[in-house]
Design a protein around this ligand. Structure first.
Ligand SMILES: [Zn+2]
Ligand SMILES: [Zn+2]
Length: 340
C-alpha cells in the first residue's frame, strides 16, 4: 500500500498551519504572542516594584494548573482534528465564496445595469476591499457566535468551546466540526456578499491585501492579541478602546461562568459589533476573578465521547419534539443549559 499521498497531505497541512505566516496557528504569531505576554508581565512586576525573575515570569506564563489540565489535553485533540481532518471530512459542505461573489455582482448588473470600471488607483480599491472584507468577516463571526449562544440546537455544539476550564492559545481550536461548518458557511455568505458588491462598484474583481490567503488586518490582530484572548493574562482595553477592540480580557469575560457575563463579547478582533448590537461588556482595568467552563464536573468532560460525540445526541434530542417523534410536552433533557 502506498502511504506517500497520505504522508504528504499531513506534512503539507502541518507546514501550512505552523509555517504559513498568515495562518491562525503560525509559530511566528505564537512567538509574537509570547513576547507580548512576557513584556506585559515584566512591566507589571516592575510597576509593582517586585523583583523580575525569569523563573517567576515563566511560571506566570505557563501556570502548572493550566499545563497539566485535562481541559488542555482536549484542546490539543481538537487542534489536531481541525488541522488535519476537518477539511477531509467536512470540506465538501462549504459554500464557495467566489461563486457567491460573482453571483452577487451578476445580480447587481441585472438590476442596475453594466459595471463601470473605476478610475480609482488599484492601491485605493484594494485598501477599501481589505477593510470591507475584514468588517464583513467580523460581522459574520459575530452573527454566527450570537446564533450559537441563542439557538439551543447550535449551543450544544458551541458548548464544546465553552467547556474549557482553563484557557490556552490552543483553546481557540477547541471547536466542534458542526460549529465550524456553520461558521464557515455564514462567513462565505458575508464575505461573498461584500466582495460581490465591491466587484460591481469597482467594475472588476478586486483582491484584498492578504498573507497566506488571510486578510492582512486579521493577520495583524492574530499577531497582536488573538492568541492572548485564550490565556489567563488580564490585558484589558477600557474606555473607547474597549468599545472598538476585543482585548484578551474581553474574551475571558466571554468564557466566564458568572451569569452577568453570559452571551457578552461575541466578536473576534473587534468589539465594535458587540457595542452596536448591545452585547458588549467592557472589562475593568484591574483583573476580575473569573471561573471558566460549563458543567465542568459532568460525566465524560474533556473526552472524545463528551466533547465530540455527545453534542450530536443532545442536539438531536432537542430536534425530536419538532419533527413529531416525541410529544412536545416531554421535558428537554436535564443537561441542556442555554445561556440566555
Ligand atoms: Zn461563545
Ligand atoms: Zn473562546
Amino acid at each position: 500500500m502506498d502511504l506517500s499521498p497520505g504522508i504528504s497531505y499531513f506534512v503539507g497541512q502541518l507546514g501550512k498551519a505552523f509555517f504559513a505566516p498568515g495562518s491562525h496557528a503560525s509559530l511566528l504569531s505564537l512567538a509574537g504572542a509570547f513576547l507580548i505576554a512576557f513584556a506585559f508581565l515584566t512591566l507589571r512586576r516592575y510597576r509593582k516594584g517586585r523583583r523580575i525573575r525569569l523563573k517567576a515570569l515563566l511560571r506566570a506564563l505557563f501556570p502548572r494548573h493550566v499545563v497539566t489540565s485535562k481541559s488542555s489535553l482536549a484542546d490539543l485533540g481538537y487542534f489536531y482534528f481541525n488541522i488535519f481532518l476537518f477539511g477531509l471530512i467536512f470540506g465538501w459542505a462549504l459554500l464557495s465564496y467566489e461563486v457567491l461573489s460573482h453571483s452577487v455582482a451578476d445580480l447587481l448588473t441585472a438590476m442596475f445595469g453594466p459595471r463601470q470600471p473605476t478610475s480609482l488607483p488599484p492601491l485605493v480599491t484594494r485598501a477599501v476591499m481589505t477593510v470591507t472584507l475584514f468588517l464583513a468577516y467580523e460581522l459574520g463571526y459575530w452573527l454566527n457566535h450570537y446564533l450559537s449562544h441563542r439557538v439551543p440546537f447550535l449551543w450544544e455544539f458551541h458548548k464544546v468551546h465553552h467547556s474549557a476550564t482553563v484557557l490556552t492559545p490552543l483553546t481557540n481550536f477547541r471547536v466542534h466540526p458542526v460549529y465550524m461548518c456553520i461558521f464557515l458557511n455564514i462567513l462565505a455568505v458575508f464575505t461573498g456578499l461584500a466582495s460581490g458588491v465591491g466587484e460591481y462598484a469597482f467594475g472588476q474583481t478586486t483582491h484584498q491585501f492578504g498573507l497566506s490567503e488571510n486578510n492582512i488586518i486579521l493577520v495583524f490582530f492574530i499577531y497582536l492579541y488573538v492568541h492572548l484572548q485564550h490565556t489567563e493574562l488580564w490585558i484589558s482595553f477600557t474606555g473607547w478602546l474597549g468599545r472598538l477592540f476585543m482585548s484578551p480580557a474581553h474574551h475571558q469575560i466571554h468564557h466566564s461562568r458568572h451569569p452577568d457575563h453570559f452571551n457578552k463579547n461575541l466578536g473576534s478582533c473587534l468589539a465594535l459589533w458587540d457595542w452596536m448590537f448591545g452585547t458588549l461588556y467592557v472589562p475593568s482595568a484591574e483583573p476580575e476573578k473569573l471561573e471558566f467552563g460549563v458543567e465542568p464536573d459532568r460525566e465524560h468532560a474533556h473526552t472524545i465521547r463528551g466533547e465530540f460525540i455527545a453534542p450530536f445526541g443532545r442536539a438531536a434530542r432537542l430536534l425530536t419534539p419538532l419533527i413529531g417523534r416525541r410529544s412536545p410536552e416531554v421535558p428537554a433533557p436535564d443537561n441542556v443549559v442555554v445561556r440566555r
